[in-house]
Design a protein around this ligand. Structure first.
Ligand SMILES: [Zn+2]
Length: 189
């Protein structure tokens, strides 16, 4: 579990290191506020991928027998945010898209969005979000044919260093038939 008391102390230490006075009016509640915010925005760090899969394991029988590439479920442009592990900087304007070929079971569409949300609430790199979402969706639906694409802006790129404000990073996690079938890759556009 996230230790909010320890976060408070360390944020206070950072304020001192910055040369500011943590007891001045505007800052006196900042360590507690940051700790509460971290508890929320890093909520995914409390759970393994397996635990997230169990949390959102609501599937419906598909009612079809075969699993062929002619039937694909795609949920596009799910808004998420995360923090990069290199700078603890916000990754924003992020959109995740998830595509999979059902193998007898389909997961509720809102559950896909919830999985993306929870997985993103960790310290990590963008490509890791895609592979973790694919792991969880794969565990819930029992299919290996999954693609997760993510695009997003990284504040460590836009606000510091080279300051490329409009640069977006695009990552794709392609598994099973999404790796090999160009026709399926069209769904990711
Ligand atoms: Zn970074």
């Amino acid at each position: 579990m996230i230790d909010t008391k320890a976060i408070e102390e360390h944020i206070r230490g950072i304020l001192v290191a910055l040369g500011d006075d943590p007891d001045r009016e505007g800052l006196k509640d900042t360590p507690a506020r940051v700790a509460a915010m971290y508890e929320e925005v890093f909520a995914g760090m409390n759970y393994t991928n397996h635990e997230i899969a169990q949390m959102f394991d609501k599937c419906f029988e598909e009612g079809f027998e075969s699993n062929d590439s002619g039937r694909v479920v795609v949920v596009k442009d799910i808004d998420i945010f995360s923090y990069c592990e290199h700078h603890m900087a916000l990754m924003y304007d992020m959109k995740a898209s998830v595509a999979y070929i059902p193998k007898g079971k389909v997961i509720g569409l809102s559950k896909i969005a919830r999985v993306c949300d929870m997985v993103a609430k960790r310290l990590q790199l963008q490509e890791k979000i895609g592979s973790d979402i694919a792991d969880v969706i794969s565990e819930i639906t029992g299919t290996e044919d999954i693609a997760v694409t993510i695009e997003g802006c990284h504040s460590c790129v836009s606000a510091r260093g080279i300051k490329k404000e409009n640069a977006k990073t695009f990552t794709a996690e392609l598994r099973g038939r999404f790796r090999t079938d160009p026709a399926l890759q069209l769904y990711l556009k």
